[in-house]
Design a protein around this ligand. Structure first.
Ligand SMILES: Cc1ncc(COP(=O)(O)O)c(C=O)c1O
Length: 385
């Protein structure tokens, strides 16, 4: 057994990021400024996105996008129950009603058939979440959106970089929200990016910074003007140059980090393929998976222990793990407000009861991976029916 605890998802920060942050701290500009701009442009070019705005979190990116599209009181937005709470809270904050539609059994992504059933005359948008980094069925979702004149806002918190039909998520002309939270494939500690068409990005700049029609950097820079106008009650969602300093290097390292994620996934696939109690993450044809998460599902009836005990035994063997996610409709706030029952979304509920996510990050050594594999095999060996 390992003698040190294997963290579930520590950040992969190197000396380059540290030096860049120090450079920012030694400069005269630490909040939104030249490095944030450079990061936005580099990110935009990397994805081939029409435009990009760096913000303080993935949640801020989602909220800003919804506000820019004019979504609010009386509107409905369809999204997944198997997501982090902030996807749904962002909808709540606009005053709109989040409407949940169940997921597909293999990818655990929003099921277009369930989305089509959930559309009402009040529906304004669909908000698919690329669960774990596997792209949603965007053609089918865009088709529904087209038929009902709906907006599509993607939650790509896990989907950097992922491809759907050869095209990077974020390269399309609709708003897409990325997260740079500490565990994500690219991290700025906290942070996020909104991609979308230039007009939307311009509007998002105003919405995300006090509703001001010019940003501070432009005001205080040489040749800038002291004058600005507030055109709406905006938010304080800007990214700082300290965060962007991290992002600039994290973006450069992303291809190498992704390569390591794919190697680890291949090792896990190989090691677990023959284990009857494990359902491995599905990959559909015509996608490139971002491999943010490696979620396993325990097959019902194959083990004498449940998921909670499985996790307890992993922890006892010094292996960190997690569960993605506690479904939205089971959380007291959403459950009570919208009178949900656990079985309202049966695929999500079934997945939740069996899901556990094992470590997947570029800092894992082959020995770490072997330790995870050994621990999983041992636990199964002791509990197989
Ligand atoms: C699916 C999903 N959406 C949105 C978010 C929110 O991102 P952030 O933490 O950057 O606000 C997260 C996680 O953090 C997430 O996992």
């Amino acid at each position: 057994m390992r003698d040190t605890f294997l963290s579930f998802s520590p950040p992969a920060i190197g000396e380059e990021e540290i030096a860049e942050v120090v450079d920012t701290l030694r400069s005269d500009w630490i909040t939104t400024g030249p490095k944030t701009r450079r990061f936005e442009l580099a990110f935009r070019d990397y994805l081939g996105a029409p435009g990009a705005l760096a913000v303080s979190s993935g949640t801020a990116a989602l909220h800003t996008a919804l506000v820019c599209l004019g979504i609010g009181q009386g509107d409905e937005v369809i999204t997944s129950p198997l997501t982090f709470c902030s996807t749904v809270s962002a909808i709540e904050h606009t005053g709109a009603r989040p409407v949940l539609a169940d997921v597909e059994p293999d990818t655990l992504n929003l099921d277009p058939a369930r989305v089509a059933e959930a559309v009402t005359p009040r529906t304004r948008a669909i908000l698919p979440v690329h669960y774990g980094g596997h792209p949603c069925e965007m053609d089918a979702l865009r088709d529904i959106a087209g038929r009902h004149d709906l907006q599509v806002i993607e939650d790509a918190a896990h989907a950097l970089p992922a491809r759907y039909q050869g095209r990077l998520i974020g390269a399309t002309a609709n708003p897409v929200a990325f997260s740079f939270y500490a565990t994500k494939n690219l991290t700025t500690g906290e942070g996020g990016m909104l991609t979308g068409p230039p007009e939307l990005i311009e509007q998002a700049q105003v919405v995300s910074l006090h509703g001001m029609n010019r940003d501070a950097w432009k005001r205080y820079d040489q040749g800038g003007s002291w004058y600005y106008e507030v055109v709406m009650p905006g938010f304080k969602y800007n990214m700082t140059d300290i965060q962007a300093a991290l992002g600039l290097w994290q973006l450069k390292k992303l291809p190498a980090h992704q390569q390591r994620r794919r190697e680890i996934v291949a090792l896990y696939d190989q090691a677990f393929r023959d284990l009857e109690p494990l359902e491995l993450p599905a990959v559909r044809p015509d996608v490139d998976h971002a491999w943010h998460l490696y979620p396993l599902r325990l097959r019902p009836g194959t083990l004498s222990i449940d998921r909670a005990e499985f996790i307890r035994q992993l922890t006892a063997r010094n292996i960190g793990s997690s569960v993605h996610f506690i479904p939205i409709h089971l959380h007291p706030y959403f459950r009570d407000k919208y009178h949900y029952h656990p079985t309202d979304f049966p695929i999500t509920l079934d997945a939740y009861n069996r899901l556990l996510t094992i470590p997947l990050h570029p800092r894992l050594t082959d020995q770490d991976v072997a330790d995870v594999v050994d621990a999983v095999r041992e636990i199964i060996g002791g509990a197989i029916r």
